[in-house]
Write a protein that binds this ligand. Structure first.
Ligand SMILES: [Zn+2]
Length: 338
């Protein structure tokens, strides 16, 4: 088969790789219906996280089960399944606590930009849809593998409640789906921070009530102005830079909460600022497996349509253009069809 391999900065190739097979009895092999490029794939793509050798890419996937190992009982060939970017057993203490992305036996799934994928710990990782979905549902189902679950976790970690005032830092796909999540959880006011017109439009569609174009201290000032000097109850940090993290902490009212899901790059927190900030901080790699059944119901019943974040759809063999378009911010998120 042919799949995506990153060779170095801005060098993604579509090339011959071994077709995965069952290695362990808990594995499943799936025929990928759709995969995509993640904002976090851009860190190694831009050379910010250097890679030691040519590296297969992709951690978001959904598709049809082709084969299962002898231990697998919860999914079977022919079913359409979605799984998290971390395989998890869903039985250990961390999984029981709802933190499957910290599973004691977790394995990162990093070869999904390909037509065939091996998923370890299939019973704990994969969730089957009620039926094989129609094509138009596939983009929204694909988002449940990472980006939608991550936006939802940001809102959950930031303690969004009915009536809350929420601010979202970051207008990438995760931030936009954080807006959708906050709205769905009953937030009364959702302030999206974005400078890009097309992203502002989608944020409004997903439920944003206000848009703030300023950044850093000015962005914080603007949020204070919009909340009578108080700050937001919940702030979703969906970028991962020093500026975005401080923007999130400073825009939160005393007693409020920050949910941070942007993978941190060079973020250092000042103890004194944390002490006097008086805010709750919770985040990390989203345990999307916890939310999968609930979010699957919401997509299946048409209550949410997170697949709208895909504004570029390409055949998998054009994966390099998919990365370029996101790197140059011409696309919010690229869906790839094998
Ligand atoms: Zn576990």
């Amino acid at each position: 088969m042919r799949g995506a391999v990153l060779y170095g900065p801005r060098d993604v190739r579509f090339e011959e790789r071994d077709t995965p097979t069952i290695i362990k009895p808990a594995d499943a092999i799936i025929r990928v219906s759709a995969t995509c490029v993640c904002g976090s794939d851009l860190w190694p793509y831009r050379g910010v996280n250097p890679i030691p050798q040519p590296t297969p890419m992709g951690h978001e996937y959904c598709g049809i089960v082709e084969e299962v190992g002898s231990d697998v009982t919860s999914v079977k060939p022919g079913q359409f399944v979605i799984g998290s970017f971390f395989a998890s057993d869903n039985t250990c203490p961390h999984c029981h606590a709802g933190y499957q992305s910290s599973c004691q036996h977790r394995e990162f799934i990093g070869t999904a930009q390909a037509p065939v994928l091996r998923v370890p710990l299939a019973d704990g990782t994969l969730v089957a849809t009620p039926d094989v979905p129609s094509n138009d549902l596939v983009p929204s189902l694909l988002t449940l593998s990472d980006v939608m679950g991550t936006g939802w976790f940001a809102a959950d970690a930031a303690n969004v409640k009915p009536g809350s005032t929420v601010a979202v830092v970051g207008d990438g796909a995760v931030g936009l789906l954080g807006v959708l999540s906050a709205k769905h959880m009953g937030a009364e006011r959702v302030i999206a921070m974005s400078r890009h017109e097309s992203r502002q439009k989608l944020a409004r569609e997903f439920g944003a009530t206000d848009i703030v174009t300023e950044r850093g201290d000015e962005g914080v000032e603007r949020i204070k102005e919009l909340t009578n000097g108080v700050g937001a109850d919940s702030v979703l940090e969906c970028v991962g830079t020093q500026e975005s993290m401080m923007q999130a902490i400073h825009a939160t009212r005393p007693g409020g909460a920050v949910g941070y899901v942007g993978v941190p790059h060079g973020v250092a927190l000042d103890g004194g600022k944390l002490f006097y900030g008086h805010v709750h901080l919770h985040g990390g790699p989203a345990p999307v497996r916890r939310f999968l059944p609930q979010l699957l119901d919401l997509v299946w019943s048409g209550k949410i349509n997170p697949g709208k974040v895909f504004d570029l759809i390409l055949p998998l063999d054009q994966v390099a253009e998919g990365y370029r378009a996101m790197d140059e911010r011409r696309a919010i998120k690229t869906l790839l069809r094998p």
